[in-house]
Design a protein around this ligand. Structure first.
Ligand SMILES: Cc1cc2nc3c(=O)[nH]c(=O)nc-3n(C[C@H](O)[C@H](O)[C@H](O)COP(=O)(O)OP(=O)(O)OC[C@H]3O[C@@H](n4cnc5c(N)ncnc54)[C@H](O)[C@@H]3O)c2cc1C
Length: 248
């Protein structure tokens, strides 16, 4: 999605994020403040409390940057979010990327890619596998602080009520096929609770597979294969992994 309406563009503000090791995505989302082109260094533990402290201090920002409220509960780093085009509840980080500074292994050079040179699709991007993202410039719309907080609250509530947040999981296992929901398909097959060893299809959200004890990677991969085969057999649809599987 390109934002082209001039009225909307006028409301956009720049946020330049330098990726330090472990730069936390949650920090970026909840710290969506500034309204300046200042470089914002994201640290691991910054979050809502820091934002509220800021409000209490003398440095009250005049405007706040929103748009990424849906990412508030997504664990991970800004680099990982860029690579995966992380998104939730109708938004994705790629929509806000103005430019990315990266190290290209192919040329051994640091390059800057403009947003339109990068393809951001559903949990897929056109970065080369060995590109290493170093910083990102985001264009975020100015919003009222209370509206950002409200958006965060709504997304948090949706997550809490539908996902097994208290259990160990890797998030959604499969991508949603076009026009369908992987979780709904798995649920309709009655596969909630299906287990291989301690790897188990969550009772709360069928596209989340949880480690209910001492599940091994082998258990989890076997469960993924089993569920994929059952869905294929019934619906004729081959579910694609959303999780990235690293072969040892
Ligand atoms: C409970 C739970 C809920 C989740 N909900 C969501 C959700 O709602 N939406 C969603 O999109 N995802 C969700 N996820 C998945 C995950 O949090 C996101 O995909 C996140 O963006 C991954 O970030 P990460 O830093 O953990 O990356 P990793 O998983 O460590 O890595 C992902 C990929 O990015 C690459 N990468 C990481 N940093 C860089 C860098 N600087 N330069 C180049 N490549 C890099 C890695 O090599 C890897 O290929 C969820 C996960 C969990 C556990």
């Amino acid at each position: 999605m390109r934002i082209s309406d001039p009225k909307i563009v006028a409301r956009l503000a720049e946020l330049h994020v330098e990726l330090q090791p472990g730069a936390a995505l949650a920090g970026l989302t909840s710290l969506g403040i500034g309204g300046t082109t200042d470089l914002l260094r994201i640290k691991n533990h910054e979050g809502i409390p820091d934002l509220l402290n800021l409000l209490d201090s003398n440095h009250i920002p005049h405007k706040f940057l929103g748009g990424m409220e849906g990412l508030i509960g997504v664990p991970g780093t800004v680099g990982g979010a860029l690579r995966m085009n992380a998104g939730a509840y109708g938004m994705q980080i790629g929509s806000y990327v103005r430019e990315v500074k990266l190290h290209r292994a192919a040329t051994r050079k640091i390059e800057i890619l403009r947003g339109h040179q990068i393809s951001f699709e559903y949990r897929h991007t056109s970065f080369a596998p060995d590109d290493m993202m170093l910083s990102v410039k985001l264009e975020l719309p100015s919003k009222l602080f209370k509206d950002i907080l409200q958006g965060i609250r709504i997304c948090n509530e949706k997550r809490r009520s539908s996902q097994p947040l208290g259990q160990k999981s890797a998030g959604c296992i499969f991508k949603n096929p076009p026009g369908a929901s992987a979780g709904r398909m798995i649920d309709d097959l009655g596969l909630k609770g299906l287990s291989v060893g301690d790897a188990r299809v969550s009772d709360r959200h069928a596209n989340f597979f949880v480690n209910a004890g001492r599940a091994s990677a082998r258990d989890m991969l076997a469960l993924i294969t089993e569920v994929r085969e059952r869905v294929q057999k019934t619906y004729g649809v081959e579910l694609e992994n959303e999780v990235v599987v690293w072969n040892a």
